[in-house]
Design a protein around this ligand. Structure first.
Ligand SMILES: Cc1ncc(COP(=O)(O)O)c(C=O)c1O
Length: 370
């Protein structure tokens, strides 16, 4: 984290200008909670516009009943998710963050065979599986950094029990073409469970068209995971869910080790169908993407077309060194991911923070290449 003095300097600068232009001040003025810590946090694909006011109110009430174990809100949330996705309640597994459902899938099916996954993707659950002794086969991305579905399908033999896909993928932000994904599932699902992580689905161009939910509804060998950590802005509350045909869902449920708190259930329930908040978040992410893309274009930095709340950009130099240089200026972004040593991932933040990011990026990027 940047030194604490930075925060004070920023506050003083804002006050001296007599304006509410700087991030922390504008956040407070708008009644929103202040940002986490001093720096500009563009590192974990969060939604700093959350939690929604309705979620905050519901969580306060739930916290006041914190003496009791989670009760009706759990069943209510499962019922809402099931109804909204045209599924039976038995097909929904809520867990402490979607990463817990992903871990549970790796634990459950990893015992029965290898796991096949893209070489560059969200991989906390894959590393967890490896620590359990499960063999994970990582398939390199294609030249255009898209997940190589053909190569992945070719890797699936009778020794494979689970295939993990992330759509849109993290860190690239690229969504998989629907027809190719359908063909992949036709080919692979008869042999292995296909686990599709849709953590960023609600931020994609056409969420319904990009989701493989209909495969779950049809009872195919497919699990779809979603989360309240991204568009809902509830990452700190740790709540996500999986949707799967009931037999797969039951296996998953038996392997989940950590379920959400009543506060998380209440926040998720209030946020789940809060259309105004979700639309607002989508709009803020879209505006943020434009702002960051404009910054990258201005500096002639190549980036991938994203369908999520982050942008993957080739900054043409060691991404860890660039991350450190940005951090020294109070901006947190991602460093190297896998073999792509010159690519950085920049998450969306509040617009005022992205405006400050733009100025700092211009300075740091140009200082380093001269
Ligand atoms: C693709 C993907 N899946 C899952 C997660 C984990 O989400 P959760 O907070 O629901 O555990 C993340 C978090 O960044 C992610 O990028």
């Amino acid at each position: 984290m940047p030194p604490p003095t930075l925060h004070r300097r920023q506050l003083l600068a804002g006050l001296a200008a007599g304006a509410l232009a700087s991030g922390p001040l504008r956040s407070l003025a708008a009644g929103a909670p202040p940002a986490l810590g001093a720096g500009i946090r563009l590192i974990a694909n969060e939604n700093p516009y959350g939690p929604s006011p309705a979620a905050l109110a519901a969580m306060r009430t739930a916290a006041s009943r914190g003496a009791y174990y989670p009760g009706p809100e759990r069943g209510e949330l499962i019922g809402r998710i099931a109804a909204a996705n045209d599924l039976d309640e038995e097909a929904v597994v809520v867990s402490s963050g979607s990463s817990e459902a992903l871990n549970a899938a790796c634990l459950a099916w990893g015992r029965a065979g290898r796991i096949v996954a893209p070489a560059v993707t969200f991989d906390i659950q894959l590393r967890y599986a490896e620590r359990l002794g499960v063999s994970v086969q990582r398939v390199p991305l294609a030249d255009d950094l898209q997940i190589d579905l053909d190569a992945m399908a070719a890797a699936v033999d009778d020794g494979v029990s689970l295939v993990y896909l992330c759509n849109p993928n993290n860190p690239t932000g690229l969504a998989l073409p629907r027809e190719q994904l359908e063909a992949f599932i036709d080919r692979v699902a008869p042999r292995a469970v296909v686990l599709i992580d849709e953590a960023y689905n609600e931020l994609a161009a056409d969420p319904a068209a990009q989701s493989m939910l209909h495969r779950v509804q049809a009872g195919h060998n497919v699990i779809v995971t979603r989360t309240f950590s991204k568009i809902h802005g509830l990452a700190g509350l740790r709540i996500g869910y999986a949707m799967a045909p009931p037999v797969l869902a039951e296996t998953l449920r038996q392997h989940v080790m950590s379920f959400p708190s009543s506060v998380a259930y209440a926040g998720a329930l209030a946020s789940y169908e809060d259309r105004a908040f979700l639309q607002h978040s989508r709009r803020m992410v879209a505006e943020g993407r434009s702002l960051v893309q404009e910054t990258l274009r201005r500096n002639r930095v190549r980036y991938l077309p994203t369908e999520a709340n982050f942008i993957y950009a080739d900054i043409g130099r060691d991404a860890d060194a660039f991350q450190a240089a940005m951090k020294a200026e109070g901006v947190l972004i991602r460093g190297v991911y896998g073999p792509y040593r010159t690519w950085s991932r920049i998450s969306m933040g509040r617009l005022e923070d992205l405006e400050r990011f733009a100025g700092i990026f211009d300075r740091v990027y140009n200082a380093e290449i001269t």
